[in-house]
Every structure is written in structure tokens, then in C-alpha cells.
Design a protein around this ligand. Structure first.
Ligand code: FAD
Ligand code: NAP
Length: 312
């Protein structure tokens, strides 16, 4: 029986692992589908994490030391996808991909979120063949070539800036003429001479051939259409919450959620089910920042330690 099962190895899960094990729990496992690190490993930079002021470091570099530290106090890692969490009596059953299951006294769900698809014609067909949601991963394929970025949030404008240092030109297509991104991020992108803004417009269709994307058809809000030739499209239109693990076999959530599929927690990261905690981007009102996800992870871990002490 695990003291605590942590699901998801992003900033929230890793921090929960650090605090539970350093706080004395001996039997804690972090289940992570892939390598720990979470979404931030897809980022080309991070400049708003206090104490980290190295502009030439990517999100991957940033998370590297986290892992060394977070696993230092006895946290175990299983590279497995969790299918489901269920409360059976006083404890939890965590079902892993393949059907194996593990029992745990407490669970902290830190499964974060995943980039959304925009639903454009050709998007699925050309995903991985010119359509990407990761500039750090794929930007270099378009060195000295023009690319398109879709979206007007922090991710779109930050990644457009990153791409502008590799690609010849970056065309940011956004459906409005004001942006959701932070003012400093907008300002920096606006000042970059090879970033061009195509506002009040959406991408109607991604066109290509057997080699991949060749261009995009753009529909402007006034109804006119234009075509842009280029071989890379980066889609940054937000994220979906990864809440599947909290559904039972009938598809019903095991704890209270809001209408957007985010887990309702209190200030201690407690869900409506005793012993079940949620931390990071998956919870209601999440600021969707590394620093806050890490903060949530520590809060949930401290609660887990108290809960287990009370049970004993
Ligand atoms: P995540 O980082 O999403 O981690 C969740 C983890 O859970 C993933 O590793 C996933 O593989 C795993 N997982 C999911 N489902 C399962 C399952 N069923 N079983 C096992 N494992 C599972 N924030 C900032 O503060 N500053 C920035 O500069 C910044 N830049 C960003 C740039 C980009 C491109 C993106 C995408 C995000 C950025 N963010 C930034 C936001 C930040 O990355 C997130 O807020 C933060 O990573 C959330 O942490 P988390 O631990 O809640 O979830
Ligand atoms: P986001 O803030 O939800 O922005 C998504 C953008 O995509 C919006 O501009 C939206 O337009 C547009 N959009 C959505 N659906 C679309 C569609 N179908 N077609 C065309 N455009 C579409 O998502 P995000 O930028 O990924 O950011 C997610 C969270 O992570 C945010 O809370 C953000 O602050 C955080 N984050 C923070 C940092 C940082 O702190 N440095 C960096 C990255 C991300 P509208 O604006 O018109 O809705």
C-alpha cells in the first residue's frame, strides 16, 4: 500500500513528490506517462520563475535540476499512464494502463493540461507533417523559412518570438485585434521586425501535398480570403484539462468538478473526496504558472502528511 500515489510529473507532481518524501513519507510513487517535466519542457524559455534568470535556457533545461532534487529524498517514478482512480473503502485503487492496479492511502492528481487542436480542415491530416504545437521541438525544421502561428495568448506570442530567431518571418494569425497575452509579451513581439500580425482572421484550411504543409488559407473577418505559402504552422489555441483519470467506468467524475472540467478544490487542494487532492493546472482557478503549480504541489503534500498522521 502506497502512502501516496502522485499522478503526473509536471511542476505540481514533482513538487508534491519532493515535499511528501522530504516530509517523512517512505512509500510514495509518481506515475508519469513519459519523462517527468510537464508542459514547461515544451517552452523555449522561462523568465517568470523567481530565482531563475538565465535567458538562454529552455524549459527542458529548467526542469532538469527539478528532477534531480525532487527524486533525491526517495520519491519513486513509474513511467506508466494512469487510467483511473477509484476510492474503495478507506483507500484508493489506481489502475494503470494495461490493467495492473496499485493501492494507495492518498492520491494527488497533477495531470495538468494538453494543447488543444483548433479544428481546422487539414489539421489532423498534417499534424507532425508541418502542423505542430511545440516550437522548441519543431522550430528548427523551419530555419530561415516563413512560418505561421495561430493564437493570441501567452503561448502563441512567446513562441512566435522564439520562432522569429530561427525562421525568416513569423505570421501570427489571431481572430481578434487585441491579445490575451501579457502586455510585456505583446510589446516584445510587436517590436520584432520579422513578426507580422494578421488580426481579425482565422485559418480556414491547411493545404499541402505528400511532403506536408505547403500553405494556409486565411479567412478574414470581413469575409475575404487570402492564401499564404509556407511549410510550418504552429497552433497555440489553449489547453484541455487532463481529467480522464477522475472518471469512473460510467464516465462520471468521482469528485466535484466545475463546468470546464477542472477539479474543485479548497485552499488546501482537498477535493470533495477525502484523501484525494488535486494540484496545478487541473484545479479550478489555476493561474497556469509553474510557480503556482509547484506551490499547489507543496500544499497538497503537506495536507497528505497531516491526513495520514490523523488516520494513524
Ligand atoms: P503539467 O505541466 O501539464 O504536467 C502534467 C503531467 O502529467 C504531464 O507530464 C503529463 O504527461 C502527465 N500526465 C497526464 N495525464 C497522465 C496520466 N493519465 N497518467 C500519468 N501521467 C499523466 N508557465 C510559467 O510559469 N512560465 C512560463 O514561461 C510558461 N511558459 C509556457 C510555455 C508553454 C509552451 C506552455 C505549454 C506552458 C507554459 N507555462 C508557463 C505554463 C506551465 O507550463 C504550466 O502552468 C505548468 O506546467 C502546469 O504544471 P502541472 O504540473 O499542473 O501540469
Ligand atoms: P490561452 O490563454 O487560452 O489563449 C489561447 C488563444 O488562442 C487565444 O488568443 C484565443 O483567442 C485563441 N484561440 C482559441 N481557440 C481558437 C481557435 N479555434 N481558432 C483560433 N484561435 C483560437 O492559451 P495559452 O496561450 O496556451 O495559455 C494557457 C495558459 O498558460 C494561460 O493561462 C497563460 O497565461 C499560461 N501561460 C503563461 C505563460 C507565461 O506566464 N509566460 C506562457 C505560456 C502560457 P481569444 O483570445 O480570442 O479567445
Amino acid at each position: 500500500m502506497l502512502d501516496c500515489a502522485i499522478i503526473g510529473g509536471g511542476p505540481a507532481g514533482l513538487t508534491a513528490g519532493l515535499y511528501t518524501t522530504r516530509g517523512g513519507l517512505k512509500n510514495v510513487t509518481l506515475f508519469e506517462t513519459g519523462m517527468p517535466g510537464g508542459q514547461i519542457t515544451q517552452s523555449s524559455e522561462i523568465e517568470n520563475y523567481p530565482g531563475f534568470f538565465e535567458h538562454d535556457k529552455t524549459g527542458m533545461d529548467f526542469m532538469d535540476t527539478w528532477q534531480k532534487q525532487c527524486f533525491h529524498f526517495g520519491l519513486r517514478h513509474e513511467m506508466k499512464k494512469v487510467e483511473r482512480v477509484a476510492k474503495t473503502g478507506e483507500h484508493f485503487t489506481v489502475t494503470l494502463e494495461g490493467g495492473e492496479s496499485v493501492e494507495a492511502l492518498t492520491v494527488i492528481v497533477c495531470t495538468g493540461s494538453t494543447p488543444k487542436r483548433a479544428g481546422i480542415k487539414g489539421e489532423d491530416e498534417y499534424f507532425g507533417k508541418g502542423v505542430s504545437t511545440c516550437a522548441t521541438c519543431d522550430g528548427f525544421f523551419y530555419k530561415d523559412k516563413p512560418v505561421t502561428v495561430l493564437g493570441g495568448g501567452d503561448t502563441a506570442l512567446e513562441e512566435a518570438f522564439y520562432l522569429s530567431n530561427i525562421c525568416s518571418d513569423v505570421y501570427v494569425v489571431h481572430r481578434r485585434d487585441t491579445f490575451r497575452a501579457a502586455p510585456a509579451t505583446i510589446d516584445r513581439a510587436m517590436r520584432k521586425e520579422n513578426i507580422h500580425f494578421v488580426t481579425n482572421a482565422v485559418i480556414d484550411e491547411i493545404v499541402g501535398d505528400a511532403m506536408g504543409v505547403t500553405g494556409v488559407n486565411i479567412k478574414h473577418n470581413d469575409g475575404t480570403m487570402t492564401h499564404m505559402d509556407n511549410t510550418g504552422l504552429f497552433v497555440f489555441v489553449g489547453h484541455n484539462v487532463n481529467n480522464e483519470v477522475l472518471k469512473d467506468q460510467n464516465g462520471d467524475f468521482i469528485c466535484e468538478m466545475n463546468q470546464r472540467g477542472q477539479v474543485i478544490v479548497d485552499l488546501c487542494m482537498r477535493t470533495s473526496v477525502e484523501g484525494l487532492y488535486a494540484a496545478g493546472d487541473i484545479r479550478i482557478e489555476a493561474p497556469k504558472q509553474v510557480v503556482s503549480a509547484a506551490g499547489d504541489g507543496s500544499v497538497a503534500a503537506l495536507q497528505v502528511i497531516s491526513y495520514i498522521q490523523e488516520q494513524q
